[in-house]
Design a protein around this ligand. Structure first.
Ligand SMILES: Nc1nc2c(c(=O)[nH]1)N[C@H]1C(S)=C(S)[C@@H](COP(=O)(O)OP(=O)(O)OC[C@H]3O[C@@H](n4cnc5c(=O)[nH]c(N)nc54)[C@H](O)[C@@H]3O)O[C@H]1N2
Ligand SMILES: Nc1nc2c(c(=O)[nH]1)N[C@H]1C(S)=C(S)[C@@H](COP(=O)(O)OP(=O)(O)OC[C@H]3O[C@@H](n4cnc5c(=O)[nH]c(N)nc54)[C@H](O)[C@@H]3O)O[C@H]1N2
Ligand code: SF4
Ligand SMILES: [Mo]
Length: 569
């Protein structure tokens, strides 16, 4: 058994052991590792790409490298497009080549960007709340995160704590909760600001602390008073009594708020996190043992990159692929996961040379010319960090693989051919490892973030551009699937609806928006609100429905900034 770690895009970043036959065993050493999740338990059920190919014809590894060099030499404009297929820090070694070669990289986020921008605007910097603090909490508010699906290793940690869940879906964690607020989607900003207002009215805040760290707290209270309570609560379908219940449950209790990406898949996503932070602040949750707000942090915080990544950058949300001669895709499936798939497909199809470097066949591999197979993580030496905790996890290569390329191998070949300087793989690995202490904790990360306050004062939202313009159509909720990791592994093929819509299970229906449509099989489910449909991430065609505009802050995608209709085909 060799010690390793899972590289998937996931809060938990589990430690594992792998044996010679590639069997995995969960590690007991890390709290978020203690069992194998569904994705890892079924990892070997899914076939990987074994051979490179060009225009549909299989070629050898050597031929594929020759082809790659030829394409890059001929190309006048090359885009390097990478996403989160593998969270190993060595993945960026290819970006080093493309940046050094003066090609174009991407900026922005398909994931947590809007929320992150809101946190940074308020707190100055987005530090990760360590799991050890959540362990000490007495009350946990799960706000737009599907714990059973996306951070299942938190479940044992949450045992015995009072649970409040704020989610438009009656998720498994909502069913276990002491209080579930099944609000209308996109209403969180009102809930957060009203919680702030009622907390101020109760007057149990620490005035001295607020004066010192958040001087504008009275002004924000005034702003919160501009919300018309009854009208707003009717619209967002939340009971007035809920506020008293939440504040009552939190009174004198160590509380952490675990926020997921669900709340911020909208244009105003940044403001939602900033409003939640404001509520946390008035409740005194920052810098206190067993308290805090956990969101997705920057997995690379306090880790210096040895790789070049400064170059021209274009947004990865509405990328105009057709402005490039060559597009190199790594660890991503943009033809399924980016918003507005039809636009993406059309733009991608106009590119002369499309190169896909990945592990699995998918919409992007099927529409690319040169296919370069990647290697599974257990064939590669690497180091990873996570957006959910402050640990570093180390992957040790089991042996050499016959198939595919490692990222270092591919970058090394390119750097040699194009005369770009590259250090040895071991030098980079040592570099990354030097950022961890002997217990695997990343040096410089804080055990109790914000214990000395913020670098500057906390900055509250200073205006509310709240529009309660909920059109009649249905809300689209597009959250993560338990059986897939975005588009990897077993993807769903269905749309979940409340039975009141009178469609039969397995009936094919059309879901349409202003952007496009998709035909899917119905699954009736009482856990969905009547005014919502749920189509999970990875479902083929889900992003036919979604818009490719950006969040107001953070260059983030806005997958749920759209209303949909359903009907018979
Ligand atoms: N099994 C599995 N695990 C994964 C992934 C996966 O695909 N599969 N993906 C990984 C990735 S890339 C990420 S970013 C994380 C994300 O994981 P999470 O942070 O859990 O994000 P989501 O699953 O998108 O949404 C979480 C919850 O938000 C709720 N929600 C939707 N809209 C709203 C709203 O307006 N308000 C509120 N309060 N709630 C809302 C949804 O109903 C859902 O229960 O998961 C990671 N882990
Ligand atoms: N409708 C909808 N769309 C969404 C979301 C949603 O919730 N709903 N979620 C958004 C979010 S949060 C995210 S993070 C993005 C995720 O979007 P992507 O990052 O594009 O995620 P995947 O679909 O998992 O594609 C990852 C690819 O990485 C490849 N891969 C895996 N391991 C390796 C490796 O070691 N090396 C290389 N070279 N390749 C590898 C696999 O072949 C896989 O196809 O999707 C976004 N899109
Ligand atoms: S997908 Fe997440 S929960 Fe599953 S093994 Fe990997 S890091 Fe752990
Ligand atoms: Mo994500």
């Amino acid at each position: 058994m060799l010690k390793s770690g899972c590289v998937l895009d996931c809060y938990d970043s589990c430690e594992l052991s792998v044996d010679e036959s590639y069997n995995f065993q969960a590690s007991k050493d890390k709290p978020t590792s203690r069992f194998l999740c569904q994705n890892l338990a079924h990892y070997h059920d899914f076939e990987t790409i074994k051979k490179p190919r060009f225009d549909g014809v299989e070629i050898t590894k050597e031929e594929s490298l020759e082809k790659l060099f030829e394409i890059i030499k001929e190309s006048n404009s090359t885009l390097y497009y990478k996403n989160g297929g593998n969270f190993g820090l060595m993945q960026d070694v290819l970006g080093h080549f493309f940046a050094s070669h003066n090609d174009t990289l991407t900026k922005g986020s398909l994931c947590d960007g809007a929320g992150d921008a809101g946190i940074v605007a308020g707190r100055g910097v987005n530090h990760i709340l360590p799991i050890s603090q959540i362990e000490k909490s007495e009350v946990v508010i799960v706000w737009g995160r599907d714990i059973h699906t996306s951070s299942s290793h938190l479940l044992p940690i949450l045992k015995g704590k009072k649970l409040i869940v704020i989610d438009p879906i009656k998720t498994k964690i909502a069913k276990m909760a002491d209080l579930h607020v099944q609000l209308k989607p996109r209403s969180d900003i009102y809930v957060a600001i009203l919680l702030y207002r009622f907390a101020m009215i109760e007057g149990e805040y620490d005035e001295e602390y607020l004066e010192e760290h958040a001087g504008e707290f009275e002004e924000f209270y005034e702003l919160s008073q501009t919300i018309r309570i009854k009208k707003t609560l009717d619209k967002i379908d939340v009971d007035l009594g809920v506020f008293g219940k939440i504040l009552g449950m939190m009174k004198d209790k160590k509380t952490s708020i675990i926020v997921g990406v669900g709340v911020q898949k909208y244009r105003e996503g940044a403001d939602v996190l900033r409003a939640i932070d404001a509520f946390a602040l008035v409740m005194g949750l920052f810098g206190k043992e067993g308290c805090g707000v956990s969101y997705l942090g920057n997995s690379k915080e306090s880790i210096e990159s040895p790789f070049k990544d400064s170059s021209k950058k274009v947004s990865k949300v509405d990328t105009k692929f057709d402005q490039f001669d060559t597009v190199f895709v790594q660890g991503a499936n943009p033809l399924n996961q980016m918003p507005n798939t039809l636009r993406v497909k059309e733009s991608y199809s106009k590119v002369k040379n499309t190169i896909y470097f990945g592990l699995y066949e998918n919409e992007t591999s099927q529409n690319s010319r040169l296919i370069l197979p990647a290697q599974e993580f257990y064939f590669k030496n690497d180091v990873r960090s996570s957006y959910g905790d402050n640990k570093m996890t180390f992957m040790n290569a089991l042996k050499k693989s016959e198939n595919g390329f490692s990222e270092y191998e591919l970058s090394n070949a390119l750097c040699k051919e194009f005369d770009v300087e590259l250090k040895t793989e071991d030098e980079y690995l040592e570099h990354f490892k030097s950022f961890s202490d002997e217990n695997g904790n990343i040096k410089g990360r804080q055990d109790l973030p914000y214990k000395d306050g913020f670098d500057d004062e906390f900055e509250f939202l200073d205006e509310l551009e709240l529009k309660l313009n909920f059109k009649k159509d249905l809300f689209l909720i597009t959250a993560k699937s338990p059986s897939s990791l975005n588009s990897m592994f077993k993807r769903e093929k269905c749309v979940y609806l409340h039975p009141s819509h009178n469609f039969k299970d397995t009936e094919m229906i059309r879901v349409s928006s202003d952007i496009g449509f998709v035909d899917l099989e119905v699954k009736n489910n009482e856990d969905i609100r009547e005014d919502c449909v749920l189509i999970r991430s990875g479902v083929s065609g889900v992003n036919n429905l979604t818009p490719s505009h950006h969040s107001y802050d953070g260059l983030g995608a806005c997958y749920q900034d759209v209303k949909v209709k359903i009907g018979k085909i």
